[in-house]
Ligand binder design. Structure first.
Ligand code: 13P
Length: 282
């Protein structure tokens, strides 16, 4: 069933677990994400990034996700990931997204507060919850996200940001990267503890891919309720496609088979995350 992201994350905060937010771009990614969540009996957040608006028909896609959510045996939310434009936020709200992320992280704190506050006012009028980010998540390998400068979140700025904007969830930058790590991950869990003491809304961790399981577990214990995952799932599908293409008879294959195989390759990766996030924080 479709459930508001805020409810899903407040339940997670109370239960001390986290919910996976999978980036999706087509029917197969959505089916894989909901399939993994159903297999584990856990909620899931379906996240479409603004960067895919040029290639994905947003209204059509939202209708499809909402229809699959209505049929699902587990709570499903529809989230707009990393939106930089007010028009994208309004577009997502109009077609039924249950939450939006406004990313003003490239602006100085004052400007980010002013811009985010306006988005919160608009979204809350429509009953839609808002995630925002201070600090900035850097980009590692194989990621499709914008480059961030890797500035970590300052706890006092986080306190002010949440109090003044009224955001429902806060993405904290503690050293994870979008994509795969190119060296040893340096994740500041002590900083996360300080951010947790400063703010009481559910916290979000971007850059789930490649993050060691024990770090994810500790981050959930320290208050992370939503973990975004994109690259690792994409890599599994691409690896499957490459393996398939290496077969001499691949040229005779039907597209429907190729798409189904890619979905099948994504599901175990998503299941791994859903399971880890559901159980390890307790
Ligand atoms: P990864 O690509 O590292 O999984 O991060 C995804 C993300 O944080 C999207 O917002």
């Amino acid at each position: 069933m479709l459930v508001n992201t805020k409810q899903i994350l407040e339940d997670a905060q109370r239960g001390q677990y986290a919910v996976a937010a999978f980036n999706v771009y087509n029917l197969e990614t959505v089916q894989a994400a909901i399939g993994a969540a159903e297999k584990e009996g856990q909620p899931v957040i379906i996240a479409l990034g603004e960067r895919y608006f040029p290639t994905v028909d947003v209204e059509g896609f939202a209708a499809l996700v909402l229809a699959l959510a209505a049929k699902s045996r587990v709570p499903v939310a529809l989230h707009l990931d990393h939106a930089y434009e007010k028009s994208s936020i309004v577009r997502a709200i109009r077609c039924g997204f249950t939450s939006v992320m406004y990313d003003g992280s490239k602006f100085a704190l004052e400007e980010n507060i002013a811009r985010t506050k306006e988005i919160v006012e608009i979204a809350h009028m429509a009953g839609v919850s808002v995630e925002a980010e201070i600090g900035s998540v850097a980009r590692g390998a194989f990621s499709d996200e914008e480059e961030g400068d890797g500035t970590l979140t300052d706890p006092e700025s986080a306190r002010r940001f949440v109090a003044e904007t009224g955001v429902d969830f806060l993405a904290a930058a503690i050293g994870t990267v979008h994509g795969m790590y190119t060296g040893e991950p340096k994740i500041d869990l002590a900083l996360l503890d300080r951010i947790r003491e400063a703010v009481h809304v559910p916290l979000v961790l971007h850059g789930g891919s490649g993050t060691p399981d024990d770090v994810i577990t500790k981050a959930i214990r320290a208050g992370i309720c939503k973990i975004n995952v994109n690259t690792e799932v994409s890599m599994a599908a691409v690896a499957q496609l490459l393996e398939f293409s290496a077969d001499p008879s691949a040229g005779k294959a039907h597209l429907s088979t190729i798409m189904a195989n890619m979905q099948q390759a994504m599901e175990p990766v998503m299941t791994k995350f859903v399971r880890l996030l559901a159980h390890k924080g307790r």
